[in-house]
Design a protein around this ligand. Sequence first.
Ligand code: IFM
Length: 410
Amino acid sequence: MQQPDLKKFPEGFIWGAATASYQVEGGIMKTDWARAAEDGRVPFAGKACDHYNRYEEDFDIAKSLGHTGHRFSIEWARIEPEDGVFNEEAIAHYRKVLEALHVRGVKPFVTLWHFTLPLWFSETGGFERKDAPEIFARYCSYVVSRLGDLCTDFSTMNEPNVFASNGWLRGSWPPFKRFVLTDIVSITNSGRSFESKAERGLTPLFTYLRVICHLAKAHNCAYEAIKKVSPLSDVSVVKHVILFRANWNPINKAIAWIANYFWTYRFMNRVYMKCDSIGLNYYFQKKFGDKKVYEKTDMDWDIYPEGLEESLMMLARYRKPLFVSESGIADYRDVYRGDYITKQVQATWQAIQRGADVRGHMYWSLLDNYEWVLGYEKRFGLVEINYETLERTIRPSAYIYKQICQQNGV
Ligand code: IFM
């Protein structure tokens, strides 16, 4: 029987979880991250969860957990291992992946690029290149032309601001360029364990700004190119939002406003016209002037799932359909995750009541995964991975989410 106080979601609302190729597939070579691992600058991804071979087993689990949607990414280096050379075997693989989702009645959401770059592209300048937008659009339109009959929802890129700030400001991700002043701003999942070469002066800052500009152009260019080959596809960008808030103090309020502008709105203002929908990745907030001490996730991020509501409202101003493309918690012991999920779903429901057109919710992540410079230690998964045996174990919190998915409510 339905609980009387159940907060129901709109009919057809999509429930699921997300993954990304480099973080779960295993065996990915010839990328900037694989090269950085060989150079000892980041951990090896190795076989990861071997999801490349075990996707069917993993989708069975997702299905058994009541998921109706699944977000995953395509590995650019598999598809285009050399400049302009496309690999049909890789396409055939991802076609099988999409078919496996369809057979299980799970709707696919494909991200075309999730952080890792083919070596030929990164070594010739990557997104610093002037022609990067065209190169990226060529790749995106190729993939959509080959997969568009099996998938309608494509995100061009994941978290462009995280990619650029970790690569060109913090210098903790490839290509490890660091603008020394930015040590005062801590950006997401960048870690501090690996040394980067600091470049002095303003040059790295200008390069960063150029990269951001190229990323926005790349999305817009890819949107146009995808529409040419598949006019009916839904094309989105996946934006990481940090919720900057402030206490009563007007100076703090001004700082929060500026931070939200530079982290979220500046990029979105450049791309929203070329978005059919927008994906939101939310993990944490920063409240200026706040003395409250929050409990922490294993990433040392404040536990504040409620912030998802306001983050959705920040993107709702663009008047596009939204989906929560990622939100979740690193929680090795699985003690906070169930409550965290319940609250992040409640926050999503609240945003819908306030007028946000949210169509789906993807927990990050379906599986434990390679957490970039932090390696395999952080555990986000609904499903625990034993990296020795590759055995999958469903965590108790996954069943809390299952109930939400099945009731279409919380
Ligand atoms: O693991 C990452 C993912 O690749 C992008 N969004 C944030 C996640 C957790 O840090």
